[in-house]
Design a binder for this molecule. Structure first.
Ligand code: 2DT
Ligand code: MG
Length: 210
């Protein structure tokens, strides 16, 4: 009999703007696919190409205004559109690497002052990450990496608020801190070490609380 197929893992990259999470999420997927073609997929949230993501993209580019409650639910809905894709890949043994997830959703909406319990409830039921890699970048290093972009949430005030909220979402049972101040290759090695230590024997779960 063939050896039982191991499940894939769901890894979420979270952190502030310019922490390097998008670059490193891409690097991890590239290196996994170099080792075994088709063994990992990258999913950015928001997915600006989905029907809902297109509206979010227009909001972020300041082309349209949206009610903040609606926007929060759109970010959640955009993730639920990928619910099945994530579960199917994990079941097939394919790793899913996400650039942002519901923790960005909760952190940004709390930073905007939306009601806490309401904000924390809309992503319940999503696939639970095997690991959230929190990219911890010091303000001095982030500042050296260049100015803010032109999108709606890319302001010093918003970043400070998100920086204050994000660590309060931490759950030590599956969050891991990555020192994001290092150079690209050092951070890549740290991420890979964390990846290799993930436990694929444990059953895959859904998020019961955030
Ligand atoms: P990118 O720059 O990474 O494309 O993010 N955001 C993101 C939210 O406010 N709620 C969410 O649920 C998510 C996933 C963070 C675009 C911006 O959207 C914010 C920055
Ligand atoms: Mg951005």
């Amino acid at each position: 009999m063939a050896a039982a197929q191991k499940r894939g893992v769901l890894i979420v990259f979270e952190g502030l703007d310019r922490s390097g999470k998008s670059t490193q999420a891409k690097r991890l997927v590239e290196s996994l696919n170099k080792r075994a073609e088709g063994s990992a997929v990258l999913q950015a949230f928001p997915d600006r190409s989905s029907p809902i993501g297109k509206l979010i993209d227009q909001y972020l580019k300041k082309e349209i205004d949206l009610d903040e409650h609606s926007l929060h639910l759109m970010f959640s809905a955009d993730r639920f559109l990928k619910n099945q894709m994530i579960r199917e890949n994990i079941a097939k043994g394919i790793d899913v690497i996400c650039d942002r997830y519901c923790y960005s959703g909760v952190a940004y909406s709390l930073a905007k002052g939306l009601p806490e319990q309401w904000v924390r409830s809309s992503d319940v039921g999503l696939p639970k990450p095997d690991a959230v890699l929190f990219f911890d970048v010091s303000p001095a290093v982030a500042a050296q990496r260049g100015g803010f972009g032109a999108e709606r949430l890319e302001t010093a005030t918003m970043q400070q608020k998100v920086a204050a909220v994000m660590p309060t979402l931490r759950d030590d049972s599956f969050w891991k801190t990555v020192n994001a101040d290092g150079d690209l290759d050092t951070v890549e090695k740290d991420v890979f070490r964390l990846y290799e230590n993930l436990n694929r024997e444990k059953p895959f779960e859904s998020l019961e609380k955030i």
